[in-house]
Design a protein around this ligand. Sequence first.
Ligand code: PLP
Length: 445
Amino acid sequence: MSSVIYPSTNPAATEQWLSQRGEGVYVFDDKGKRYLEALSGLWCNALGYGNQELIEAAREQMQTLAYSHLFGGRSHAPAMRLAEELAAVVPVRSAKSFFGTSGSDANDTHWKLLRYYFNAIGQPQRRKLIAREGAYHGVTVAAAAMTGLPINHQHFDLPMEALGIVRAPGMHYYREAMPGESELDFSSRRASELETLIDREGAETIAAFIAEPVNGAGGVIVPPRGYWEKIQAVLRRHGILFIADEVITGFGRTGTAFGCATYDIEPDMMTAAKALTSGYLPLSASIVRGDLYEAMVEPAANVGAFGHGYTYSGHPVSCAVALATLRIYRRDRVFEHAAKVGRYFQRRLGRLSDHPLVGDVRGVGLLGALELMEDPARKKPFADNTVSQFMQQSAMRHGVIVRSLGPTIALCPPLIITEAQVDELVVALEAALDDSLEFARRGAR
Ligand code: PLP
């Protein structure tokens, strides 16, 4: 065993396999076995491996200016250009971007921006942030508190109350709908539960609501019909800001440029990371509506400078790679390609719903999930996640990397995947499902 402390890993089960090199949508292990990366690493490697243009952009920037910061009045062209380009494409009005290095730190930054903003405009009582059950917003302290998954809370004693985190229910229609409840009725119920929560807490004490347009790490949960329209109506009625966490759904993943466009969400703030650089270098953006930012400028004379920033905020090499990534997305019409292949992917995946292990197939664009059930007809879940974990291993034996998230198998292939490669993925999934069914029938041992 090496001396690495591994993230999100059982300390008793580290170093199960080693990835060695990548090429397009494939990654190779240290023994030379090839796998189709059907989770794009951790939902990030949108353009696949070995993209020479991204490599060249990094090399060139390293040679010109390998490092510079953005503190205290200093700036550089790659960060300024990237913020301009983002403003031109994101669904946030007159967007301003604060750069970090991860989705987690970007959400922590949002938390601070909210406090700073409401203090600056004289509404310090707006301190609470509504986040949903099952959400994943990262693992730094404020982001982990926003996250609604027990695994990211246990043993950490997160200061939920001090951070003002208020929990709203999620949107998992398949699991949480009442018998016979339509998608629209479920969405209406969730909106009225949100309204009740806001009334209980006091709308005037709430700063914002944060959500992923489609839940990722919580199990790829797509919104039921009417959900976002109804939720947004409640938020607007109460003057509560909407932070769209597009760390996974941003940049072509859901069949349009952003999850917000797919679901008609009009966010006031947005989180971007992962596909912003196609995962080639760490970079995130906390994006805010221009007028919110402007409102902070004058009162800053009283409340002081925005005392928050990282050594690597707007790292020039990361920004240069992001600019090259955005250029490739535009020039090669990557989002259109992803939308087209995404429709094929959803059709092919849909056919797996007949498999005796599959309770639910869901997805949008190039995001997909299979929820495994002991008895799909009766919606009886397995007692634990042994079968889905087995399926993740089995998929690897069949040359495909997927991720088991509880009872769900998550899929998020690179945006450059072809229809033939989708076929290859689905054939491996079918084989892994059959293996897993046999495993389940043997008593999951
Ligand atoms: N927000 C969402 C929606 C995510 O999916 C993730 C990571 O998967 C994060 C935030 C945290 O990003 P990071 O792992 O870069 O901190």
